[in-house]
Design a binder for this molecule. Sequence first.
Ligand code: PLP
Length: 404
Amino acid sequence: MVQRNKNIARLKAGYLFPEITRRKNALLAKEPGARIISLGVGNTTEPITPHITEGLVAAARGLGTKEGYSGYGEEQGLTALRERIAERYYNGRVGPEEIFISDGAKCDIGRLQILFGPGARIAVQDPSYPVYVDGAVITGMTGGYSEEHGGFEGITYLACTPENGFFPDLEPARNADLLYFCSPNNPTGAVSTFAELKRLIDFAKAHRAVILFDAAYAMYIQEAGLPRTIYEIEGSRDVVIEMNSFSKPAGFTGVRLGWTAVPKDLLFEDGTPMIRDWHRLSTTLFNGASNIVQQGGLAAFDDEGLQEMERTVAFYMENAAIIKAGLDDLGFETFGGTNAPYIWTRTKGKSSWDAFEEVLYKARVVTTPGLGFGPSGEGFIRFGAFGHRGDIEEAVARLRKVFG
Ligand code: PLP
């Protein structure tokens, strides 16, 4: 018999989102007709906009012609796409040769864990997107789950709460090799300022750590004066790898496209440039994002595409405003929802799973229990702003009926 991978066996009660689906299905089994509105998993709902769709369609059609056909693509992704991202997203702060196009940020988060290997010690914001922790467990970077530690042994959890403005005390991460940071943040919706990211960078440099910066929601930032990429902060190039995604601004959650920036200035202890190992690893374990999809990405980053993404983001942010206003009216304390499509909501003293069940059973609305994002998520639930407008309005009307 083949032995089970002991790292996978360590994972706690399964990934958060399958557990939410299980509970939703339990309600549906009891009441087959129940019309449930999902504001739980952060999945996009609106059609891909016309110009970006046309980019995808033209590329697909081209594959059926002699001139338009292509097989395996360039190793790091289409040069034209990398150049466009370097120019239009990074304003030259990152070069096209430092950008690696991928099938999404989640996939790159996993591959980055392989890059650093099981010996790396990690610190995460708490709460955080579950893939950082679960991926680290699978990679063998951690010990087992400990109730006393409130998480996995070997992971440093940096509490992000309303009390510290969702920017953690970094000191406990003094011995970490990798600092996972996400801004705008999933799940809290908080956005780090220039000064905060400077502090993070200074800390990482002082303690010789690398920051893995997840900017999947960067295009959701509405306010001026906030950093849209961590590379806007001086001195970041030798200390940060940034992941990004087309999923939320372009509606590519199902299409799959993202990128990772690995500046040449990042070095391992022995002087090896990280970009060299990342290139080796990603060309070994990954054969490139779909050529059709990359053309969609190229369309998303021209003038028309950028305007369309802005409109898509604006639509979801209007949803966020509707949800936030509804919850505020009902006396809930809410955070986020102004520069990120998530509204982090205090549960008025209930446990997060109890609050999740209450909202599910009484309002037929699926949220995400805060505890699923880490120990400091207890006492909160997350509302996502992805949904058709009618569903968002209906969800808020139901909440008003139940909690008003
Ligand atoms: N990073 C964060 C913080 C996310 O919330 C998500 C998806 O919800 C991802 C990454 C995954 O992005 P992708 O669809 O590009 O894999």
